[in-house]
Design a protein around this ligand. Structure first.
Ligand code: R5P
Length: 285
């Protein structure tokens, strides 16, 4: 068996390979002059675990070509780990005649893999499209351990949508958990309110979320929490996309830590042990 990265998951795949003790496949990738991707396995193997995100768009092509290459290298079993499932937010038609991206991407993957593990899918509705092959790996325990280690006073979810998950972070870290009230105004703008009875003054706040995309949510929540007297704001997030760069967070938050489902400057928590234990369970290792 081999564990196979895409171009976007090499760091995590390498950690996962050590955790699960399955060697990484030797892969050659390059781009043709026009930017098209070339993928080749440099060895034969009979079973493969591919680790690939469906974000950014190029990574979807990477998964499809790598899947074909591992099949051509002899793999009869092909399992997919999707650390970050992009396109999951459009999981239904919010307006007539929209494309349901979560369904489209799921259908692309479903026919190709025997099992598809996803770390923190954006919503339970999204997972439905992977039918019997989908399995979710939840990373709140990792966030909770880090929140505890950093000696925060309070866990805050920026909205009601993440409250159940935030409560799990609170349980692991042994802290009270509250949710703010968020109204989305546009793709990049949100309005956030803090209920009057919440005691924020002087508290070291752990602001937790599943995703930082444009950062609108985290920045607005941090601003209002500071206004309410929070002494420190540490942000903990599963998937850090950081659209538009990371400099805009300076001065607004004290620290940002994400997991390595998307690798970047803040991905200091690793999901490798968590994913490894789920794979071991599935593969009966
Ligand atoms: C919302 O449902 C999610 O939990 C995140 O709060 C949201 O996707 C973050 O997006 P942005 O960083 O663009 O505000």
């Amino acid at each position: 068996m081999r564990i196979v990265p895409t171009s976007y998951t090499e760091g995590l795949t390498s950690k996962l390979s050590s955790a699960i003790q399955i060697p990484m496949a030797r892969v050659t990738r390059r781009r043709f002059a026009d930017g098209e991707l070339y993928v080749k396995m440099e060895e034969q193997f009979s079973e493969a675990i591919l680790v690939g995100n469906t974000y950014p768009d190029q990574s979807i092509i990477d998964i499809l070509l790598t899947h074909d290459a591992i099949k051509n290298a002899g793999a009869k079993r092909q399992i997919l780990v999707v650390p970050y499932f992009g396109y999951a937010r459009q999981d239904s038609m919010f307006q007539p005649y929209e494309a349901i991206s979560a369904k489209v991407i799921s259908e692309l993957l479903y026919s190709r893999f025997e099992k598809i593990f996803v770390v923190n899918m954006h919503s339970p509705e999204g997972l439905v499209f992977l039918k019997d092959k989908g399995a979710e790996i939840r990373a709140e325990s990792i966030l909770g351990e880090q929140v505890k280690k950093d000696e925060n006073d309070l866990v805050v979810s920026p909205d009601g949508g993440f409250m159940e998950e935030a409560k799990n972070v609170g349980r692991v870290s042994g802290l009270e958990t509250i949710a703010l009230m968020k109204t989305r105004i546009s793709d990049t703008k949100v309005k956030i309110e803090v209920p009057d009875d919440f005691q924020i003054k002087g508290k070291k706040v752990a602001l937790v979320d599943d995703l930082i995309s444009t950062g609108g949510t985290v920045l607005e929540a941090s601003k209002i929490l500071k206004e309410k007297g929070a002494s420190k704001i540490n942000v903990y997030c599963v998937h850090g996309l950081f659209v538009g760069g990371t400099s805009k967070y300076t001065g607004f938050v004290d620290e940002i830590i994400t997991t390595d489902t998307i690798e970047g400057p803040f991905s200091k928590m690793s999901v490798s042990n968590l994913v490894s234990s789920k794979l071991r369970e599935y593969l009966l290792l």
